[in-house]
Design a protein around this ligand. Structure first.
Ligand code: SAH
Length: 390
């Protein structure tokens, strides 16, 4: 922790960075409260919110529409502190994975997936995960802690900063420009509905027109099925919902997604129905990882059709991404096709997720971090480049 000594006439006052308010922790209502507390006008919050999130500015002296005295005062009481990019990997398909360092010596991963006319950022919500899904590599890491708002929205802030840098570099070399962040999916490490409040604040910043201004359908939260918080999400958030379903009966789902023992499929389907009720523009994205010989038969596809009856949804089949020590294999292509055909015949819109970033361990469920090893590689990386601006 950094200490700055400020000598006053009365007594030496120690101000640590930790005591300063990190403005990335504040959504707009909280930022407004902060400025009111400083005896400033409400609209200062909007100005600063825009500087931080729309323009990616972290230096108060550059916030030219603030009064000079406020520009001087702010660095004494607050700061803009995002996770630090400790390592960057770029896949042959253009997918970029960032290992980001957060407080307490922890690391999380954030992935950017550029496509022709969109750029999807996959954001983490916790360090590790407590849910122990049997096919997921994050589970092998166990649970460490929830991320703060600044660590969640800070992944978006940092990624946007890095993409801006890249597009500047690209222009000078007449290369294609990197797409911007057009979509965010809370599909990185962790269970977002078990870090509810922080995730909700971060989502509100992603959606806010003075910040990232992402439309409702372009911000997706994925959950393993924390039923009570799906109900809360339905009313408190205005964002898309994805569910890691993976099995159509309790016996199988209990094995794959153990939280199913607490919130079984019938309860889960009720919660999904509730999310869409009276909201004609909502549907649930059902994620389904294809595990060879485990959940990929035609019989199981028929069961899946049954449980999804009457729920506005789409199905996204995800070929299993193997990782060292995994007990599963990816389904055969012909089995995936047969499974998909059953769903399509029943009228379910069913897509197959393209695996991206496999060569850099950035594919779904691979965000584990062989952290110790990576940390060493990081140090070398940091010596070589100064990716991180602050
Ligand atoms: N905890 C949340 C967020 C994680 S999202 C959730 O469970 O929804 C990541 C998605 O990738 C989830 O659908 C997850 O089940 C899936 N996944 C995890 N490990 C995977 C793997 N090895 N291969 C393919 N998909 C995987």
């Amino acid at each position: 922790m950094m200490n700055t000594e400020i000598e006053t006439n009365v007594f030496p006052l120690k101000v640590t960075t930790a005591e300063k308010v990190n403005l990335l922790d504040l959504d707009l209502p909280a930022l407004t409260e902060f400025f009111v507390g400083l005896q400033e006008k409400n609209f200062r919050a909007q100005q600063v919110f825009k500087w931080i999130h729309q323009k990616g500015v972290a230096d108060f002296s550059l916030m030219t529409d603030l009064s000079l005295s406020l520009r001087k005062k702010l660095p004494e009481v607050c700061e803009i502190r995002a996770p630090i990019v400790a390592r960057e990997d770029v896949s042959s398909d253009g997918t970029r994975k960032w290992l980001m360092k957060v407080e307490g010596g922890n690391y999380i991963e954030t992935v950017f997936i550029p496509e022709k006319d969109r750029g999807t950022l996959c954001v983490s919500s916790q360090v590790g995960c407590a849910l122990n899904c049997s096919f997921c590599s994050t589970a092998t890491q166990g649970f460490n802690r929830n991320l703060t708002v600044s660590e969640i929205i800070g992944q978006v802030w940092r990624a946007a900063q890095r993409l801006r840098e890249l597009s500047l570099e690209a222009k000078s070399e007449i290369e294609a420009e990197e797409p911007k962040i057009t979509n965010v999916v809370m599909m990185g490490m962790g269970e977002p509905l078990l870090n509810f409040d922080a995730v909700m604040s971060a989502l509100s910043i992603m959606r806010h027109e003075l910040a990232y201004a992402l439309p409702r359908r372009r911000v997706t939260l994925s959950t393993s099925g924390v039923v009570p918080n799906i109900y809360r999400f339905s009313t408190e958030a205005d964002a898309a919902l994805a569910l890691s379903l993976h099995a159509p009966n309790d016996a199988l789902r209990n094995q794959l997604v153990p939280i199913n023992k607490k919130y079984p499929i019938a309860m889960l389907m009720d919660a999904c129905r509730q999310y869409t009720v009276d909201k004609p523009n909502r549907h649930v994205l059902m994620e389904y990882v294809m595990l060879r010989g485990v959940n990929d038969s035609v019989e199981i596809a028929k069961q899946l059709v049954k449980i999804l009856e009457g729920i506005p949804c789409k199905v996204n089949l995800i070929p299993f991404n193997p990782f060292p020590g995994a007990d599963y294999e990816r389904s055969k292509v012909e089995d995936i096709q047969a499974f998909r055909a059953v769903l399509m015949r029943a009228g379910l819109v069913t897509t197959l997720r393209k695996t991206r970033g496999e060569d850099i361990d950035a594919a779904c469920g691979q965000l584990v971090g062989r952290i110790v090893d990576k940390t060493r590689r990081n140090e070398r990386f940091l010596q070589k480049t100064a990716v991180d601006g602050k």
